[in-house]
Each structure stands twice: as C-alpha cells, then as structure tokens.
Ligand binder design. Structure first.
Ligand code: SPV
Ligand code: MN
Length: 629
C-alpha cells in the first residue's frame, strides 16, 4: 500500500511538478513537503528545479501577481513590504526550546510544543488562493565541507525570486545526496494580502525557529529578514550546528585586501546592521567574497571561510555616486535587481534617501501614494524611502567579485575585524594582542549606538557580541567559549583587529575620520598580518605609527595626512575605555549566566593596563608618547 504522503503529492502536484520532486529520492523531503501542502492548502504547487526556465517562471509570477513591478531599466523590479513590516521583528522571533530551557536574558525563547501548536494553527489553510513554490538551495558552495542543503517552501514569489538571486541552486545537490534527514527546512507564508499585495495580518506575524527539527516557520510577513529562509533564519539553525561541531557561523563580510606585489590577504569583518559592513566589503581596489554571513571552519589547521550566499540584500540608504562607485554602477545598469521600499516615480525610476540629486515631489513608496510632507498615522513625516530600504542583486554583477568567492574550501582568513558605531571610545584601528584578547576585548565587547533611523533613540549603546546577538540560538557564554576554542585548535590564528569608523572629536563632536579612510586602515592591517610594519603598544592593543599611515594615505588616497589628525584619532581615551570595561563586565556578570571565567580575567587585565598607563601618562594618552611594540 502506498503511504499517504505519496498520495498527497500525486494528487496535489501536476505531472511535471510531481516528476521534478520525485527525481529526488528522499522520503524525508517528500513527507515534509506533503505535510505543508496539506496544512497550508495552496491552490497550486510549483516545484523549481533551479533551471533557467523555472527561475523565469518565478520572475514572471512576481510581476503577474503584483508582488513586484517592472521598472524602467531592464531587469529591475520593485517590491513593497507593508508599512509596519519594514524590518526584522525581534519581538516575534523565537527560538523554540524544550520546557525549562533558558538561553539567557538576551535571547527570546518559547516552549517548543506550545509554539509549534500555535504556528501550525496560524498556518492552517494560510496559502488558500496562493501558489506554493518549492525551491532548493545550498548554503555555501555545493559539494564542499561547508555545504548545507536547504528547501524553501513559500507562497511569496518575491521571496522565491529573492532567493534565486541570493543563493546557489541546490536541486542537483538534493538529488546527489538522496535519502537523508540532514537539510534545513523553511516554511513561509505571507498570509492574506491587502490591495497593495502586502501582508495584511501583521498581528499574527511569527518567526519561529525550531532548532531540534532544523525547521523555521515564518508567517504573515514579507520583509526579507523575516522571510528569506536562507538568510537570518538559517543563521540560527547553523549557529546551533556549528556549536556542536566546532565551527563558526558569523555575521561577517569576507573580502580580499590587496597588498604589495599582488599579495591578497583575506579578511572577515563583523559589524552590526547599518555600521558600514557592505560599504567595507565594497571598498574600491579590493575584492569581495561576501557581505553578510560567513561559515568558518578549521581545515588543515587554517581558518577558512565561505560566503553562504551569492548575492547581496544591501541597504540602499546613503548610496551615492561619489562614496559608492561600484554599487552605484550596478544599480544603474541592466542587472537583475529587486529594489524594496524605495520611491518609484511616474517614469518608473527609483529614488532613495541619500541618493545624488533632488528628492522627487511625489511617487509611490512603502506608504502607497507619497508626496513631500506626507505624514503617517502616528503623525511622523514619511521619508521618500524607508531607512531600511534595500536592493537584492547577485554578486556576479560586481566587477570587484573575488575570483575565489566560490572556492569549495573557502579562503584562508588572515584577519578578523570587529567594528561598531562608537562615538567616543575606540581608536579608528587597533590590533588585539592575541586571539583570546581579540575575542574577549574586541568581539565579545562590541557595542554599537542605535541610529535615529532604526529605533529613534539616537546614541543609545547596545551590547552586541560579535554583532551576532540577534542571531544567537545558544547562550552567549557558550558562543564565546566556542570562539575561544576554535582559535586554540588552529595552527595559524588569524589576527584580530577592532575598527571604529565613527569616533568623534571630544570638543567639537565632529567625526574625526572620513568615510574613505577605512581603505587605509585595511591596508595597514594587511601589512600587519604579513609582518611588514611595526606597531605601537597601547593598553588596549597595537596601533599604527604615524609615518606608516602617512605613506598609506599618500599612496592609497593621495591625501596629506597630518600628525595633528593622527594624534586626535589615535589618542587613547582612558576614562572612556575604563567606562566601557565596567559596562561590559557588568553585562557579563549580571545578564549572562554562563560567562567563561577568562572573559573577566582578560577585561581585568585590560583595566589594569589602562590604570597603569593613566598613572604614567594621564587620562588622554597621545600615541606619540607610546613606544614600539
Ligand atoms: C541585517 O539586518 O543584518 C541584514 C538584513 O543583513 S536582514 O536580512 O534583515 O537581517
Ligand atoms: Mn546582516
């Protein structure tokens, strides 16, 4: 007798779709898909084998059903999310855990059985009137030590289209692997739509991450960060696997920094959202491997990283022709791009906050018809585009794509960089003394100030270890411990650096560095990784010599770099650094139950170095009085 799930598939799929699904010999997969066809009850089901034709079908579906609209430039479309569905919904994103499990105060959890019951109720018949898309991808390159196969079920053609741009197709990998339970599963439904084709039942928006079942459920939302399974939803599943298996899942860019004599040194970089991660990955003259998510493994004693994606879901706010020439060019060429939550004018062109030129008087945006001065329900003026408006584009549209971006063994990491929005404490660039100091005093001590654009309370510092806090599915202490151990087992540990693009003058409050100066900091770090320059010892790490930066500013930016600027930028601010240590220590003492002891030891040592230096040099220590390391 045939099992029931096979009947469901036979009855609910057209012959062609059934054939495509059955070519994968995996009963676990078939059972899963049948279950959600029955529960969600879509009108039709489309199985994508990732071929050109199937991708084209999804592209056309997005236009046909109104989730996207074609723009003037070939390949460009726009999608709008609902006015109240413009960002990741922390409140309703839950890690599902067995009864009585506590992951710490900073991680939202919900009892698994109860959450599964609730989400399955919400998802009952939720796809009525919709088409269901079943798509296959891999996180990381196929057939590599990093690969994780994924299946995405969604009734949003926009989500399926985005994933076709952002991820490697995985249909062949599923066929190759055959019968296995080891794959990630994502079930998403946008739910009922309003006349603008945006999710209507926002109060029932839920993002539930079932670690035990390697499954993520997302309902009544369209915003990418809540819906695109392989992005931030998969990260929570992967962090759990990485923790068990001794590798790392990080919120990090990966890029090649080009040093002297055609040398390329690969860097990873962790920055909280809206703190310059994508613009760093896009530095002119360097090459990009990825801009958001890195898997890092110990292969033969080397730390090696892959980009789990093959595209960018980038913030568009502030992109202009002068500061972002590479992105500017791509955004104005006929590429496959989905713009989201930007302003669209009558002539089907787009505008966004911070773009070159005048803001148009009217158009259509995430609020519907828009005109200058329009206010929302709460009486707030609506900007022409949402601050979190984005663009989705494949990496191969960029001329700075690194040739090794798809290497199955990843790239060898020479350095890891941590950076946040910090107006008064850290110098623009410094090198940690060693791996442990770097993980604790830089990564695990990362803080970032909220921007007015994000939450309205400008300047409030948020603690964000490794810029990964939003995505942790394991307790913070354990996560730090895993980072420490990962380094210990390497034959060659990457250097760890901290950068700060946002340091301000103490008196005037003005930014002390230019947007483009990060180019120089990265060139300096590249030289340090390869032992080409000396550095100065400070209580918080190693910093550059003035002469080395002067040469780099001249060569890289054709700029005369004054000693006065150097002193202002690289003065060690002892009171601010001490206050930071107190803040971080307090969090690890009171808010994190499983902090490894070493964290307190490293912070204490840093405090003592600062106190000793203060005794000798005073509260604000010019780099000119400090010595060669
Ligand atoms: C981020 O916010 O860190 C992003 C976008 O990369 S999202 O997909 O919303 O997470
Ligand atoms: Mn991100």
């Amino acid at each position: 007798m045939k099992e029931n799930y096979l009947d469901v598939l036979e009855q609910r799929l057209s012959e062609d779709n059934h054939r495509k699904l059955m070519a994968i010999n995996n009963p676990f997969l078939h059972r899963f898909i049948a279950k959600y066809i029955e529960l969600c009850n879509p009108d039709t089901v489309f199985v994508s084998d990732g071929s050109k034709e199937d991708q084209q079908y999804i592209r056309e579906a997005a236009i046909r059903n109104g989730e996207e609209m074609a723009l003037a430039i070939e390949g460009h479309t726009v999608h709008f999310d609902g006015y109240y569905d413009q960002a990741r919904d922390r409140e309703h994103t839950m890690i599902l855990v067995p009864k009585g499990t506590f992951l710490g105060e900073n991680i939202r959890t919900m009892e698994r059985e109860q959450a599964l019951r609730e989400i399955h109720e919400i998802m009952k018949d939720i796809m009525k009137g919709h088409e269901m898309y079943v798509c296959f991808y891999t996180l990381g390159p196929a057939n590599s030590p990093f690969t994780i196969p994924c299946v995405q079920i969604t009734d949003s053609s926009y989500v399926a289209h985005s994933e076709n741009i952002l991820y490697r197709q995985g249909y062949e990998e599923f066929i190759r692997r055959g019968s296995t339970e080891n794959f990630f599963k994502f079930v998403h439904s946008e739910g009922e739509l309003d006349e603008r084709k945006t999710s209507k039942n926002i109060e029932k928006r839920r993002i539930y991450i079932d670690i035990e079942g390697d499954t993520v459920y997302s309902a009544n939302t369209q915003y990418g960060g809540n819906t695109i399974g392989l992005k931030k939803l998969a990260m929570r599943l992967a962090i759990n696997h990485a923790a068990k298996e001794g590798w790392l899942t990080e919120h990090m860019l990966i890029m090649g920094i080009h040093g002297p004599n055609n040398r390329v040194t690969y860097f990873t970089g962790a920055f909280p959202s809206m703190c310059g991660k994508t613009s760093t990955a896009m530095l002119e003259g360097e090459t990009i491997v990825g801009d958001d998510i890195a898997y890092i493994r110990n292969i033969g004693g080397e730390a090696r990283a892959v980009n789990v994606e093959r595209g960018i879901f980038g913030i568009i706010k502030g992109i202009n022709s002068k500061d972002d020439p590479l992105q500017w060019k791509v955004l104005h060429s006929p590429n496959e791009i989905i713009f989201s939550n930007v302003l669209v004018t009558d002539d089907k062109r787009v505008h966004w906050l911070g773009k070159d030129g005048e803001i148009p008087d009217r158009g259509i945006n995430h609020s519907g018809e828009w005109w200058k001065g329009k206010k929302d329900r709460e009486g707030n003026e609506i900007p022409c585009s949402h601050p979190n408006a984005r663009f989705t584009v494949a990496l191969d549209a960029f001329e700075n794509l690194d040739p090794k971006w798809d290497d199955p063994n990843g790239v060898e990491i020479g350095a890891m960089v941590y950076g946040g929005r910090d107006s008064d404490t850290w110098v623009p660039v410094q090198e940690a003394f060693d791996w442990i100091h770097g993980i604790v005093a830089k990564g695990a001590s990362l803080e970032s100030e909220r921007t007015a654009a994000v939450l309205g309370k400008e300047g409030v510092r948020e603690f964000n270890p490794m810029s990964n806090l939003d995505f942790l599915s394991i307790p913070i202490g354990r996560y730090i411990q895993i980072n420490l151990e990962f380094g210990k087992k390497l034959k060659k540990q990457p250097k760890i650096f901290a950068v700060n693009y946002f340091i301000r003058d103490k008196e005037t409050g003005k930014y002390l560095t230019d947007k483009v100066d990060k180019k120089v900091w990265f060139k300096w770090m590249e030289l340090r990784v390869n032992d080409d320059v000396d550095a100065i010892w400070t209580p918080t790490g190693y910093i550059p010599f003035y002469e080395d930066l002067k040469t780099l500013f001249k060569n890289v930016l054709s700029k005369d770099y004054s000693e006065e600027d150097y002193v202002k930028q690289f003065t060690i601010r002892v009171p601010e650094n001490l206050a930071k240590i107190d803040r971080i220590e307090k969090i690890y003492k009171t808010k994190v139950r499983d902090t490894p002891e070493i964290v307190f030891k490293v912070l204490d040592e840093e405090r003592n170095r600062l106190l000793e230096a203060r005794g000798r040099y005073g509260e604000y220590i010019s780099p000119l009085v400090l010595k060669r390391a």
